[in-house]
Design a protein around this ligand. Structure first.
Ligand SMILES: *Cc1c(COP(=O)(O)O)cnc(C)c1O
Length: 354
């Protein structure tokens, strides 16, 4: 029986990537050692690191005016590092709040700058007109895909300030124009690779004036100068991310993934909407293509749904503890067959329990 893992993160990785990593685990390129046993400064590892960066730049069309940083600390490290690197402690910064992660980013940033929070949440949707309340701040921060709430913002908010975005759960899931952003960042464990790595893509003219108390390992200019090797980077996670980037290129790149992601999401949402047994409450214009929360109209059946779906090879469908119900995370690595299997299971469960 095939197992499909719907975990929100750490999430599933492409089967082909896992198989290649297994094959190379104890003997990388005939060296007789694992890639995780190589010095990060060896020529063999540097080739791995450079290829990963080059492939990411190609996939996302990133020019030389942007630094690509492979860092520690997950996305949350950058909740602190972004204000520390980009503004002074007395500067105002604008944060759009669309769910739990953007709220968390604003709260952390308040330790390092004066945060103006603009809460867009309104009923089951977002009031995008409120974006105009921003504008005094030195940058505008938002989260295009709220992993917990299943809420997405598909169009970049209008601003003449540097736009900063937390792409943790949707990077490489659809095409974006990086030139519209000052900085984007993402923890790796949703759509890139294993936990332990975070990516920062930042316009170079914005960095170099970090607050004096910024930890060196999170000083973007220092990391850029040292090719992300100021200290030992998470080398194995970086290698696996590089394998995912190669896999993405082989699938046809981000455009091809975006098409498949839209198809997967439509299949699931269309089924949920056609049923009066399941529901998703998010305003259709802000429904995430990556994280699909849904509820059984009768929550007494939740435990049974989770037990039986697990038995059917559909893993980790339990919703976030703050939201309840179910959540299916369907990132790039989730094949169409996984979503088809989920819908088939949901149909059968509905028939058996109506
Ligand atoms: C998971 C997630 C985070 C936190 O990531 P860590 O790597 O655990 O720090 C932040 N933002 C978003 C949108 C996420 O999905």
């Amino acid at each position: 029986m095939s197992v499909y893992n719907f975990c929100a993160g750490p999430a599933m990785l492409p089967a082909e990537v896992m198989a290649k990593a297994q094959k190379e685990l104890v003997d990388f390129n005939g060296l007789g050692v694992s890639v995780m046993e190589l010095s990060h400064r060896s020529k063999e590892y540097l080739a791995v690191a450079e290829a990963a960066e080059a492939n990411l730049r190609e996939l996302m069309n990133i020019g030389d005016d942007y630094a690509v940083l492979f860092t520690h600390g997950g996305a949350r490290a950058h909740f602190s590092a972004i204000p520390q690197n980009l503004v002074g402690a007395e500067d105002q910064v604008d944060y759009l709040i669309s769910g739990q992660w953007s709220a968390g980013a604003a709260k952390e940033a308040a330790k390092y700058a004066r945060v103006n929070s603009i809460d867009l949440r309104s009923g089951n949707g977002l009031e995008m007109a409120k974006v105009s309340e921003a504008g005094q701040g030195s940058y505008l921060h938002y989260c295009p895909n709220e992993t917990v709430d299943g809420v997405a913002i598909f169009e970049e908010p209008e601003t003449d300030k540097p736009l900063i975005a937390d792409y943790s759960s949707c990077i490489l899931g659809r095409e974006i124009d990086i030139n519209r952003y000052g900085l984007i960042y993402a923890g790796a464990q949703k759509n890139i690779g294993p936990a332990g790595l975070a990516l920062v893509i930042v316009r170079r003219d914005l960095i170099g004036q970090a607050q004096a108390t910024t930890p060196s390992i999170l000083d973007y200019a220092l990391l850029d100068k040292n090719d992300s090797m100021y200290n030992t980077p998470p080398t194995y996670a970086w290698y696996l991310a590089g394998e995912v980037f190669k896999w993405l290129k082989a699938q046809g790149g981000v455009g091809a993934m975006a098409q498949l992601n839209r198809q997967k999401a439509a299949l699931l949402y269309d089924f949920i909407d056609s049923s009066d047994f399941y529901q998703n409450r998010v305003d259709p214009s802000h429904r995430s293509e990556m994280n699909v929360p849904f509820q059984l109209v009768n929550p007494d059946l939740d435990a049974q749904f989770l037990a039986q779906s697990q038995q059917a090879g559909l893993m980790a469908l339990k919703g976030h503890r703050s939201v309840g119900g179910m959540r299916a995370s369907i990132y790039n690595a989730m094949p169409l067959e996984g979503v088809q299997a989920l819908v088939t299971f949901m149909k059968a469960f509905e028939l058996n329990n109506k």
